[in-house]
Design a protein around this ligand. Structure first.
Ligand code: NAD
Ligand code: ZN
Ligand code: ZN
Length: 351
């Protein structure tokens, strides 16, 4: 089969590789219909995620058809159209039983890390993928939902919802700022609406993304390149700062921005994958009664989000900006990697 292989920082190729096969009785093989590229894949390309070894097939999102299942797979059958979760969950370890699938203790990839696809084992940017723990890591696509909309459940919607909105503890009436209006930040904005914030402020360095954010429930937008961006944000609050600042970029500057705009007693929810150290000025922050959260998506809310999607209650089709054939994935990386110029959000690859 053909697959997108990571050959080391800044180097990827679309080439012939061996077909995957069932290695454990809980595995399934899925023929990819639709996959997409994540901001995390760009971090991998930059060398920010050194645990990804050369030779790895990237990708942790997608929808496809089950072509083969191991003897112990329950609940999923050959021929099912399924959403592949970015987190592989064995379903039986202590973390899985607590719903914290992100730290699944099973031996696949590395015990204690649930994000293994396109990271520690081969991923979804390929014609076929082996999915471990298929019974607990695949979700059937509901009737009436397109494959490309369903692919937004693999990662971005649960990530924005769980690590941004739920960890940030968004409550009715809150003023929420989301720094970074990429797909993950937009997913946080879309799902924040489920909790009734009074304002959702989109902050980005890219004017196009600030503008696009209005389609995902942002009430206000602030361009972070404006010298007075902070004053603009504070003017949208009672002057004390935002209740919840969600970091959805993954660079030190945007982490600092969150600390600069959060009110005393507020929450900073870091979603971004950071490749460099950030500073935390505890000497001034200690007195602010802040709650700081961070983490890897659990995907424990995916089934709930699928229900909302099936009912047309989540605005998802706006996420998709570009379509490519799967074997044109290098062009898709180029387009997604130059989002400020190309206005790309989610790029969809179709087999
Ligand atoms: N925690 C998790 O489980 C998890 C899961 C998926 C993705 N992520 C991470 O979430 C982050 C966002 O992912 P994405 O796919 O939306 O990425 P993306 O690259 O598409 O979006 C990032 C956005 O940040 C903006 N930006 C960059 N520098 C900025 C600055 N200095 N000030 C303001 N805005 C700036 C960009 O213009 C862009 O709109 C990434 O770091 C990704 O790795 C985390
Ligand atoms: Zn991702
Ligand atoms: Zn587990």
């Amino acid at each position: 089969m053909k697959a997108l292989v990571y050959d080391g920082p800044s180097s990827i190729s679309w080439r012939e590789v061996p077909d995957p096969s069932i290695l454990a009785p809980t595995d399934a093989i899925v023929r990819i219909e639709t996959t997409t590229i994540c901001g995390t894949d760009l971090h991998i390309l930059k060398g920010d995620v050194p645990t990804v070894e050369a030779g790895r097939i990237l990708g942790h999102e997608g929808v496809g058809i089950v072509t083969e299942i191991g003897a112990a797979v329950a609940g999923i059958a050959v021929g099912d159209q399924v959403i592949i979760s970015c987190i592989s969950a064995c379903g039986t370890c202590g973390y899985c039983l607590d719903g914290m699938y992100s730290h699944c203790l099973a031996d696949e990839g590395s015990s204690g890390i649930g994000w293994i696809l396109g990271h520690l084992i081969d991923g979804t940017q390929a014609e076929y993928v082996r999915v471990p723990f298929a019974g607990t890591s695949l979700h059937r696509v509901p009737e009436g939902v397109t494959a490309e909309d369903a692919a937004m459940i693999s990662d971005i919607l649960p990530t924005g919802h769980e690590i941004g909105v739920r960890y940030g503890a968004v409550e009715p009436g809150d003023v929420v700022a989301v720094i970074g209006a990429g797909p993950v930040g937009l997913a946080a904005m879309t799902t924040a609406a489920l909790y009734g914030p009074s304002r959702v402020i989109a902050v980005d360095i890219d004017a196009n993304r600030v503008e696009q954010a209005k389609r995902f429930g942002a009430s206000d937008g602030v361009l972070s390149s404006d010298a007075d961006w902070k004053d603009q944000v504070l003017a949208l609050t009672d002057g004390l700062g935002v209740d919840v600042a969600i970091e959805a970029v993954g660079v030190p500057a945007t982490w600092d921005m969150c600390l600069a705009i959060v009110r005393p007693g507020g929450h900073v929810a870091n979603v971004g994958v950071h490749g460099k150290p950030v500073s935390f000025p505890l000497e001034t922050a200690w007195i602010q009664n802040l709650t700081i959260t961070t983490g890897l998506v659990n995907t424990d809310t995916s089934r709930m989000l699928i229900k909302l999607l099936a009912q047309g209650r989540l605005a998802v089709n706006g996420f998709i900006s570009h379509h490519f054939a799967l074997d044109d994935i290098l062009s898709a990386y180029d387009t997604f990697g130059r989002a400020a110029e190309t206005k790309a959000l989610k790029v969809i690859l179709t087999a």
